[in-house]
Design a binder for this molecule. Sequence first.
Ligand SMILES: [Zn+2]
Ligand SMILES: [Zn+2]
Length: 349
Amino acid sequence: MKAAQIIEPNKPLKISEIDTPSPTGNHVLVKVKAVGVCHSDLHLWEGGYDTGDGFMDVTDRGVRFPVIPGHEIVGTVSEIGDSVVGIKVGDDVLVYPWIGCGSCPTCEKGDTNLCEAPKSLGVFQDGGYAEYSLVPDYKFLIKISGIDLEGAASLSCSGLTAYTAVKKAITNSPENILIVGAGGLGLMGVQIAKSLSNANIMCADLDDEKLKKAQEMGADHVINTKNSESSKNIMTICNEKGADSIIDFVNAPPTVKLDLSVIRKRGNIVLVGLFGGAVDLPLVSIPLKAITIQGAYTGNYNDLVELVDLAKKGIIKPIVSNHYVLNEANNALEDLKNRKIIGRAVIIP
Ligand SMILES: [Zn+2]
Ligand SMILES: [Zn+2]
């Protein structure tokens, strides 16, 4: 099969013919119809993350090169192992990629995405930038007949992260939710927040074009943060009370400073983006305002099943804006890096 592999960080992906894996036991071989191009692919390709005071190297977290990136995989089952039940050749499936060790208490609870020995597809094992992808267990597949397959790819990562972030953000019955960042994740966050809550949805970004999209997706108010009055504007929209919940899909020093300046008493800040950097926290205001700062990263298998149901009902419509073939995998990553993608890019192997 043809596959694109990261051989070493910051070098072009190697696109070549490699052996097609053959499934045994619980394995399922999926013929990839579309694979999402995600910022995490970019971090993997760059070899790590900026942590504010240094660089978090992915190889220290257990990544081994070469690896086939791509964790947002949709496709058709092409071959199954002899122990597979409930999945047959020809089924259209979405792959749940956030696999764990399978035996720790967290995995046993079903939160494989939070396992300390992760085996995520497209990160710690080969993923979907290939004609075929070997899924280690049929239990990680979700049948997705009846929805747009290309759009469904991003549900397993950006969609899932947006979904769990919104679930966390609505626990305090917010009147006002601020969504920071109107990229692929932010736009999904707007749609999900609109469908799961009655809150007033505000969306902040630097880019008017993206903010226009956010309005189309259901944002009640949009705020361009290039404007030096943006935090004042947010306070005005919230009747000077501030935002009850903030989901920060950027999570960079300037956006977190904005979050802290407009968070309401007993407010809840959910940090999602992996932009990186560091901020000084005004420590006294955390107890005095009784605010919560928490992170959200992907979600578990059941969250993804719930999200696919929302997509089947038409409540969320993932936007695919750019298409690439496998030979253009490097261009896809470059375009994402250079912020040329609004919405979501997919590779069609
Ligand atoms: Zn992703
Ligand atoms: Zn585990």
